[in-house]
Write a protein that binds this ligand. Structure first.
Ligand code: PMV
Length: 325
């Protein structure tokens, strides 16, 4: 009995969230300390049995609603690979042989906190299915498939999450442009602090859209400012200019506050990180909860991490960003 395994990392957005939805660039990197792992093997029982203990799910595929995130990945994969199902997920067993499978999904990525858990589940699950059911998919195909799944659940995603998670490399991302990974010749250290508050990205993206619709000229200018911050940040990363990179994080956070997507808990952790010696700090991802990030020297990272925990961060991750991730 063969077993296929696949894994996908988490991710964080370093710069440019929200404005990226409006065509401005953003920088994001994989976070390999957290990941989703999927195992697919043949089952002796009939049906597709999903075991995802982290979300307390133990079920047969056809007992799940068709819009369940895991069900939609599996149904769409089976449809794409022309293996035995319908995209609507009605459990239509079609003409072919419906595979009998056991799928085990484990994740260390907190859900809805800006670490890309949804994209990582889709990428790892699709890769494991594609390997086990012998339907090879390139990274470009995995990325495009994951983007379609993201659209089902998040409305108008920019595509940044699926891109970073699929290629597992630092990415300079502009919606609709060819994928551009970027070089990090000088590794740097980021401390990630989790507010423990799970906040749906769809809502904060929707709220920014309302602001933009009410006064497009004003918000286009704000998005332009974010775009400039991102371009300068990329140069700083390429040239090892850490002091300036920290200032740019602070500037990006102020622009996100203007967009109303920060929260008191995020603002508290950000100011604690700065006081503890971080070179700069900002929220990361959709906001209103989820994670903040701080740029720290390798020597200061532990101190910043400890200060964040003392100030109420549910957990922290210290990660080194480099091209060889
Ligand atoms: O909350 P996250 O990490 O999935 O990031 C969302 C990033 C946004 O720019 C707010 C939305 C998007 O689709 O790019």
């Amino acid at each position: 009995m063969t077993t296929a395994y696949a894994s996908a990392p988490g991710k964080i957005i370093l710069f440019g969230e929200h404005a990226v939805v409006y065509g401005r660039p953003a920088l994001a990197v994989p976070v390999t300390q957290v990941h989703v792992d999927v195992e697919v093997r043949d089952s002796v029982r009939s049906g597709i049995w999903i075991d995802a203990p982290d979300v307390n799910l133990h079920a047969e595929l056809n007992t799940l609603p068709s819009d369940h995130p895991l069900a939609s990945v599996i149904h769409n994969f089976l449809f794409l690979s022309r293996q035995f199902s319908s995209p609507a997920g009605r459990g239509d067993r079609g003409e072919g042989h419906f595979p009998d499978l056991n799928i085990k999904i484990s994740s260390t990525i907190p859900v809805a906190s800006g670490l890309g858990s949804g994209a990582a589940v889709t990428v790892a699950l699709t890769r494991a299915l594609s390997s086990h059911l012998q339907y090879p998919m390139s990274d470009d195909e995995i990325n495009a498939f994951t983007y379609e799944i993201e659209k089902l659940h998040h409305g108008t995603p920019s595509g940044i999450d699926n891109t970073v998670v699929t290629y597992a490399r630092p990415v300079y991302f502009i919606k609709g442009h060819p994928i551009e990974t970027f070089k990090v010749d000088h590794p740097f250290t980021i401390v990630i602090g989790d507010t423990g508050i799970s906040a749906p990205t769809k809502e904060s993206v929707g709220d920014v859209r309302k602001l933009w619709e009410a006064d497009k000229a004003k918000w286009e200018k704000v998005f332009d400012q974010v775009g400039e911050v991102v371009i300068t940040a990329r140069m700083c990363i390429e040239n090892g200019k850490w002091e300036l990179l920290g200032d740019l994080m602070n500037a990006n956070h102020e622009l996100l506050q203007k967009m109303t997507v920060s929260s008191p808990e995020l603002d508290t952790l950000i100011s604690v990180a700065r006081k503890a010696g971080a070179l700069g700090a900002k929220m990361s991802g959709g906001g209103r909860g989820g994670n903040m990030i701080a740029l720290a020297t390798p020597e200061m990272a532990e101190t910043v991490s400890r200060a964040l925990k003392e100030a109420g961060a549910h957990h922290t991750v210290i990660t080194t960003i480099s091209s060889s991730i």
